[in-house]
Design a protein. Structure first.
Length: 328
């Protein structure tokens, strides 16, 4: 069962703050770890440090790296209103949903999110004409949309609801909390949360899902901002690119490493740069595959060996600024 929201900090029994990075250093140095309590005012339940580790992934060569975090101890729950109370935060978001056609309450007390309305709104808001090639290897798409001006209050409400839900999901261990209360539907089909929301270690699955579909699929990716690239004076393009930390994995092919790059492009440089390097963000919308490229380089550790690097690109050109949100 999911343990809810992943915590980055906690308190010791004497009120001393402890951050994940410091706890990991103590663990690596084989030092005794302190007793930890939730740092949200009025809560104070027992929590535990989970050291960074790897876990295997079905049908994949490279294991998943799981960063360190702090989670609840078994058998305890955060108090109602605690900032880490994932079920409570989810109920608040669901209760605030203003359009029952988009977020429908079901007879069993659960809800259904109708992604077809979101997909249609995003299609109206984005157009993908041919454009100049992306300026860097990290600028993952060669087409960009114009912004649709007739947003309307209903679509803005959809975007706000989805952004709130996805931000909460990004803070949780897994899909369990949201999936237990919220079903995703696209037209007549129910969509698994794992086919809608992708963390950095699953960019390859997002790329494959895009390639296997003949229609525009609304998908959400969470990532860490790595860099921003803006056009130089005199350039033939006007877009700025926000690039996230790439996923890389070794494949079953000898001497080949695959990279999966995620970029967001927009003409408003100041807006993209408002998401600072190192920040975790959620990006959702109608994604595109960019052109796959490959290069061969001599192994820096073995001059007799050559490695093929294959780069797969995923790109988002948001028509609405609510399609990006900070994970805080």
């Amino acid at each position: 069962m999911s343990r809810g929201i992943k915590m980055r900090r906690a308190l010791g029994t004497f009120g001393t703050p402890h951050r994940v990075e410091d706890l990991q250093k103590r663990h690596d140095a084989q030092q005794t770890l302190p007793t930890l309590l939730c740092d949200s005012p009025g809560c104070g339940v027992s929590v535990r440090f989970v050291t960074e580790h790897t876990r295997s992934r079905a049908d994949r060569t490279t294991p998943i790296h799981v960063p360190a975090y702090i989670a609840l101890k078994k058998g305890v729950e955060h108090i109602r209103g605690c900032r880490y109370d994932a079920p409570g935060r989810l109920q608040t978001i669901l209760a605030a949903g203003s359009d029952p056609d988009f977020l429908q309450a079901l007879d069993d007390g659960k809800h259904e999110l109708r992604l077809l309305l979101l997909q249609q709104g995003l299609k109206r808001g984005s157009h993908h004409p041919p454009a100049s090639p992306a300026p860097t290897a990290n600028a993952s798409e060669t087409r960009r949309p114009t912004t649709y001006q007739g947003t309307g209050q209903r679509l803005d409400s959809y975007l706000r609801t989805v952004a709130d839900l996805l931000t909460l999901r990004a803070m949780c261990d897994d899909d369990a909390v949201l999936a237990a209360q919220l079903t995703l539907r696209l037209g007549k089909k129910k969509i698994e949360w794992s086919n809608f929301f992708y963390e950095p270690d699953r960019y390859d699955e997002a790329w494959e899902r895009l390639g296997a579909s003949s229609t525009d699929l609304p998908m959400a990716l969470v990532g860490t901002v790595r860099s921003h690239r803006s056009p130089q004076p005199g350039a033939s393009y006007s877009a700025t690119y926000l690039n996230c930390t790439s996923q890389y994995q070794r494949t079953g092919v000898t001497d080949q490493i695959d990279f999966y790059e995620v970029s967001v492009g927009h003409d408003d440089a100041a807006w993209l740069q408002s998401f600072p390097v190192g920040a975790d963000i959620v990006m959702f919308g109608l994604w595109r595959q960019g052109k796959t490229t490959s290069s061969i380089k001599v192994d820096s550790k073995d001059a007799t060996r050559k490695i093929t690097y294959v780069t797969h690109k995923l790109a988002l050109w948001p028509g609405f600024k609510r399609q990006l949100a900070l994970v805080d």
